[in-house]
Write a protein that binds this ligand. Structure first.
Ligand SMILES: Nc1ncnc2c1ncn2[C@@H]1O[C@H](COP(=O)(O)OP(=O)(O)OP(=O)(O)O)[C@@H](O)[C@H]1O
Ligand SMILES: [Mg+2]
Length: 255
């Protein structure tokens, strides 16, 4: 079982020549994520979401505090889905999938095809990324991330570059693959309805990188964005979001 334990995590960017102020990207974040859960980190632009994910991934170092990502007592393997798909343009879809596999066996090929089918792309496995739409490319990115089978999957606004209709279908595909694997996931977004559709729990960040709220989402899956139950939770989260904005505007130390 995978666990991410984040303790008193702070990240301060020092002043630079172009921006002569220190920036507090994260201000003492505490959170823990354990087991087969999908956790959304929700916050406005600049609230430290990407910084948090990068520190969990180990590609950035905190100013203070700690992150431990553990799988059954040993350091966990972490996978990352970026905002843009980052496929290799000179490899076909299938070879982009196999590229991340250690062994090029029949089995890994079957697994690659399985995940491509899950995201509705087995028919285009022989095409090159430039022959696919942006949404299809991101579906390859998702299929590839699950194929790698990391202990913990980090996703940083993977649908934010997509138009609304494409985003909608991508969320449906992601739900389908996630339900199959139930991989421990940390998913960053600034989109309330996306968070409610996908997550078991929503950790809300406010500017300055401080946890403002931690909201469980107890809805059955698969979830549909138009389902009144989903809409109701969305309304509740939006209300909390508004109260956070008001608190920030009036300078209160909420959370
Ligand atoms: N390398 C850096 N150097 C200086 N400041 C940085 C750096 N990276 C991020 N910041 C600042 O830290 C704060 C948090 O940035 P971060 O990218 O984590 O926010 P975010 O919540 O991911 O925003 P968005 O929703 O726009 O992606 C911002 O004020 C940002 O300007
Ligand atoms: Mg970001």
């Amino acid at each position: 079982m995978a666990t991410v334990l984040i303790e008193n995590l702070t990240k301060i960017y020092p002043p630079t020549i172009t921006y002569p102020h220190r920036v507090q990207a994260l201000g003492g974040v505490n959170m823990s994520v354990t087991g087969n859960v999908f956790v959304a980190v929700l916050g406005p632009s600049g609230s430290g979401k990407t910084t948090l994910l990068n520190i969990v991934a180990g590609v950035e170092t905190p100013t203070s505090g700690s992150v431990r990502a553990v799988q059954d007592g040993v350091p966990a393997q972490v996978g990352y889905v970026f905002q843009e798909p980052r496929l290799l343009p000179w490899r076909t879809v299938l070879n982009n999938m196999l590229y991340v596999q250690d062994r090029k066996s029949d089995r890994s090929r079957r697994e690659a095809e399985f995940y491509l089918t899950m995201v509705g792309l087995n028919e285009v496995a022989h095409l090159y990324p430039s022959q696919l739409s942006a949404g299809m490319q991101q579906r390859v990115g998702i299929a590839r991330a699950f194929l790698v089978n990391p202990d913990i999957l980090l996703m940083d606004e993977p649908f934010s570059h997509m138009d609304a209709l494409t985003g909608r279908s991508l969320r449906e595909y992601l739900q389908r693959v996630w339900l199959h694997t139930r991989k421990t996931a940390l998913f960053v977004t600034h989109d309330v309805s996306e968070a409610v559709e996908l997550a078991d729990r929503i950790v809300m960040l406010r500017p300055g990188g401080v946890v403002f709220d931690d909201i469980p989402v107890n809805l059955p899956r698969p979830r549909h964005p138009d389902d009144p139950a989903v809409r109701a939770v969305e309304g509740e989260v939006l209300r909390r979001f508004d109260s956070m904005e008001a608190a920030v505007r009036f300078g209160a130390q909420a959370g």
